[in-house]
Design a binder for this molecule. Sequence first.
Ligand code: SF4
Ligand code: SF4
Ligand code: SF4
Length: 163
Amino acid sequence: MSAGPALSRRDVLRGATRPAPFLPRPPGVTAASLAACTGCGACVQACPQAVLALTPRGVALRPEAGECVFCGDCAAACPEPVFAADRRMAHVMRISADCFAHAGISCMSCRDACPEQAIAMQPRIGAPFLPRIDAAACTGCAACSASCPAGAILAVAREAEDA
Ligand code: SF4
Ligand code: SF4
Ligand code: SF4
């Protein structure tokens, strides 16, 4: 798993800080709209899937906790202009080198969990099939991440402006 861009020695000497890691958010929440989050917790309480949490940077989605079913209960509960009507997630999922297939262990849990059939298993000769996520088909629901026994599936920004 990548820990983000490395800092140069010059940056360290200047006291630069490492950029904050990407924060996956519930549907309809953009990097800009998150500024309106007061941390009241109404969305976290409303989520029937218990996949939301409050962080010092506002509400976040917990991909390891379960699947977002795009019910809209979080948006309905929020008293602030944090959630847009467009329920698109600002992230997609990415499979890291921690996937069991890289260690020679066969696994298809993510493929089986995906409601969009966005994960294909790439055949390899003499090694377990490798899962591949079609980013265009991925909704960011995180069903795959929650089902992965290796904790290998992470959220990444869909576009640079979503980061
Ligand atoms: S859309 Fe529904 S399941 Fe998804 S985070 Fe919001 S309340 Fe939870
Ligand atoms: S996050 Fe994307 S790849 Fe994973 S289960 Fe949902 S739609 Fe499928
Ligand atoms: S569920 Fe995790 S370990 Fe299993 S194939 Fe998918 S990414 Fe690899």
